[in-house]
Design a protein around this ligand. Structure first.
Ligand code: GRA
Length: 387
């Protein structure tokens, strides 16, 4: 067992932290207030290879043996600065390029992967619909096979980066009568006629645009199909199992930011003649934050490490990580708010943003209840998590 990151990963972490401090931390509150999507920062992350660690060199990647662990570490560091910017790990790689690498043809890999991991093109993935959230397979979007391709019709909701995206992985039924075998995955050019994305307002993560997409008789070429007809379930659940790692990493990063902010403040602020960090009630919070973050981080790294061993179907361990990281993010944001008190509630410090952003980790990519369901049903022997 090895609990130490390689020299290379430690160096990557340091450089990602410097990048985050210089390019993100000081602007994140303003971007959030203005709903500004920092495309230029995401492009820079692409140029620096942040989304490329687990991609073969032949598609422009860094082909690192611990490339998924590198994704976890980098995503954590970026997430420490902004939960909105960390979403890019999912839209550029974990939920898009990685699915194409795992299921696409040589042509599809060459066409899409280099542009996604370099962030020359922005990606997104579209699963959820207004009436199909946790219950993914109840989705209604259809891709009707026609002679030279498919006709896509339907509506997706809560799709991160969709309004800025050049390409989307879209899940739709090619045959509604075939049950789960009728679901397929498609690589959709978001500039095609009939595609329309509209941004939704939300309480946090506001510099990550979240959109509703409508597909109105969108004509897809035959080579838009990812994998074979009927592979949709496998690709979709397989992809969620990678994007959940992005959420887990982001949650750890956010929790870490809360701890650092709380420690700084507790060492500065004085009440009743001493630093507020000297009060045991605040030490209780700081102690719990530190230990929970460490546990969430270890679960996250373990899940990433398994993926580096080729175990991409590690749903159970990924759900442990995602669940724990989300709970930790919420706990730490609330604890930081208590320590900062009125200053936390003000917009003078980023704690208010952390608090608003934290809740999302319990919702996206499978709610906390869905993660617990996956874990409990596996424990009870009702439904095996790892496939
Ligand atoms: O028996 P069958 O032939 O019908 O097949 C079943 C099963 O074998 C069928 O799916 C198959 N299957 C799989 N096949 C290959 C299930 N899992 C896999 C797999 N990993 N690989 C149905 O299976 P089931 O067991 O009956 O599943 P279910 O009851 O429909 O669902 C289970 C579950 C609740 C866990 C699942 O639906 C789920 O994970 N729901 C949560 C959905 C979710 O995470 N949504 C998030 C969407 S993305 C998002 O929020 C955007 C965020 C943007 C950002 O921040 O990045």
């Amino acid at each position: 067992m090895e609990f130490k990151l390689s020299e290379e990963l430690q160096a990557m972490r340091r450089s990602a932290r410097e990048f985050t401090e210089k390019e993100i931390v000081q602007y994140a509150d303003k971007w959030d207030e203005q709903h500004h999507f920092p495309l230029e920062v995401i492009r820079k992350m692409g140029e620096l290879g942040y989304f490329a660690t687990a991609t073969p060199e032949k598609y422009g990647g860094l082909e690192m043996a611990d490339g998924m662990l590198a994704q976890a570490v980098l995503c954590e560091e970026i997430g420490r600065g902004s939960s909105s910017v960390r979403v890019a790990f999912n839209t550029q790689f974990l939920g898009t390029a990685l699915s194409i690498l795992r299921h696409g043809t040589e042509e599809q890999k060459k066409r899409w992967v280099p542009d996604l991991i370099s962030a020359r093109k922005i990606g997104c993935f579209a699963i959820t619909e207004p009436n199909a959230g946790s219950d993914v397979l109840s989705m209604k979007t259809t891709a009707k096979p026609v002679d030279d391709g498919f006709i896509l019709n339907g509506c997706k909701i809560w799709i991160s980066y969709a309004s800025k995206a050049d390409v989307a992985i879209v899940y739709a039924y090619h045959d509604r009568s075939a049950g789960s075998k009728g679901l397929s995955a498609f690589i959709v050019d978001m500039h095609l006629p009939g595609v329309c994305a509209r941004d939704l307002d939300k309480m946090g993560t506001r510099s990550s645009p979240t959109s509703e997409i409508s597909f109105d008789n969108v004509k897809l070429p035959r080579d838009a199909l990812l994998g074979s007809l009927g592979d949709g379930v496998k690709i979709c659940f397989g992809s969620l199992n990678q994007t959940r790692l992005g959420c887990a990493s982001g949650g750890v990063g956010l929790a870490q930011a809360c701890l650092e902010a709380a420690v700084r403040y507790a060492n500065e602020r004085e009440q009743f003649g001493k630093k507020v960090g000297e009060y045991q009630m605040n030490q209780d919070l700081i102690g719990q934050m530190a230990v929970q973050i460490e546990a969430a981080r270890l679960l996250t790294y373990r899940a990433a490490w398994q993926k580096d061993q080729g175990e991409f179907g590690n749903t159970l361990e990924t759900s442990y990580a995602k669940y724990m990281a989300a709970e930790t993010a919420v706990f730490c944001a609330h604890a930081a708010m208590k320590i900062f008190s009125a200053y936390g509630y003000s917009t003078e410090y980023p704690v208010a943003r952390f608090y608003r952003d934290a809740v999302l980790y319990q919702i996206v990519e499978g709610t906390a209840n869905i993660q617990k369901t996956i874990i409990a049903q596996d424990a009870l022997g009702y439904r095996k998590a790892n496939r």
